[in-house]
Design a protein around this ligand. Structure first.
Ligand code: SAM
Length: 346
């Protein structure tokens, strides 16, 4: 049995300066995937058949995740996001949230979710210290939800969004992956919903990851941001820059002169933002994944299960940051082949 995390070793005090990689980028944001399971099967992400999942014993446990977070904080990380697969499928999601939010030096803790389990979880997550939620919804049309996200219904997603609002998560941030022949026209209704309320809606370009049907869909059904933006401006008028450009923010944000909501575009293919990347990823099976769209990884679970504590993990994280690639090479037709998005975390 492993000792509880705070007995493995004393946590070094938070580093004064954050880690920089070989290209001078400050890396201070860790996205933690909790599982490769999902309760949806979005056409561009997970196939309906032929899936294999990591056995539960291979997934990092709550105390191991806490060790990684403490190590990350000790080398200057302060921003954390839970993702998956679908992170709310972890039975210990509230415990994990509580553990991470209690770590001194964690300034921001957010989660990306499809919202389906939020009616049960939104309040406990808020009470456990979750600060922000990004909710994935590709369309507001019930028929197209069934076609694109497959195992879900619009009613379930609406109930999840409502639960997030009721629990006090604000602003509501929606993520929509734009997929030709599935939802490229639905961006207008999503924007209408956002500007009527005080919501943020962000439109994401499809990225080809892994292999098989989802990666083929991502390649053949890709819609560039320029087209999506044009469609939105045609319906609502010109978009105005919302805030000063932040190089580390993957989303370029806008608003309308008379609307309340914010419209963002995440354009990894047409406008790569690798130069401002501040991210490291941790896979559910315990490896640092150095860049979303590359295969390079560094095992950290082995060190933890071999008795390594916070300092050992911090040393591996330091090596992972040093080895971070300069950026993706989608323009050369290269992407990650080993893993799909649900195995890395978006
Ligand atoms: N289950 C959660 C969710 O639905 O948001 C978190 C994990 S999911 C992998 C994170 C995000 O990645 C979702 O917004 C999803 O639509 C997006 N995504 C999945 N595959 C993608 C791809 N090939 N290109 C762009 N975004 C993708």
């Amino acid at each position: 049995m492993r000792p509880p995390v705070n007995q493995t070793t004393t946590a070094p005090s938070p580093a004064r300066s954050a880690l920089k990689d070989r290209f001078g980028r400050t890396i201070n944001y860790l996205r933690i995937s909790l599982t490769d399971h999902c309760n949806l099967r979005c056409v561009y992400c997970m196939p309906l058949k032929g899936l294999t999942f990591a056995p539960s014993a291979e997934l990092l446990q709550a105390d191991e995740i806490e060790t990684v977070v403490r190590a990350a904080v000790s080398v200057g990380f302060h921003k954390f996001r839970l993702t998956g697969g679908e992170p709310t499928l972890r039975a210990d999601i509230v415990d994990i949230t509580r553990r991470i939010s209690a770590v001194e030096g964690v300034l921001d803790l957010a989660m990306t979710t499809n919202a389906i389990l939020l009616p049960r979880l939104a309040r406990p997550l808020k009470e456990a210290g979750m600060r922000r939620l990004n909710i994935h919804v590709d369309t507001l049309d019930p028929e197209r939800v069934k076609r694109l996200m497959r195992f879900s219904s619009m009613d379930e997603i609406e109930a999840g969004i409502q639960a997030a609002e009721d629990a006090g998560f604000a602003p509501i941030k929606l993520n929509c992956v734009v997929t030709r022949d599935f939802n490229e026209l639905d961006v207008v209704e999503l924007v209408r919903r956002a500007v009527d309320r005080d919501w943020h809606v962000r439109f994401i370009e499809l990225m080809p990851l892994g292999h098989g049907e989802p990666s083929r869909v991502a390649l053949s059904n890709y819609v560039p941001t320029k087209e999506t933006r044009g469609r939105i401006e045609e319906a609502f008028g010109p978009l105005l820059p919302f805030s000063a450009a932040d190089a580390a923010d993957e989303s370029r944000n806008f608003r309308f002169e008379h609307g309340r909501g914010v419209v963002g575009f995440i354009s990894p293919v047409s406008e790569p933002y690798c130069g401002g990347c501040n991210r490291m990823r941790l896979t559910a099976d315990g490896r640092f994944h150095l860049c979303l769209l590359n295969d390079d990884e560094m095992d950290v679970k082995k060190a933890i299960r071999g008795g390594g504590g916070i300092e050992a993990v911090a040393a591996i994280l330091g090596r992972a940051v040093s080895a971070k690639p300069t950026g993706h090479r989608l323009n050369e037709g290269l992407s990650t082949e080993e893993r799909s998005m649900f195995q890395i975390g978006g």
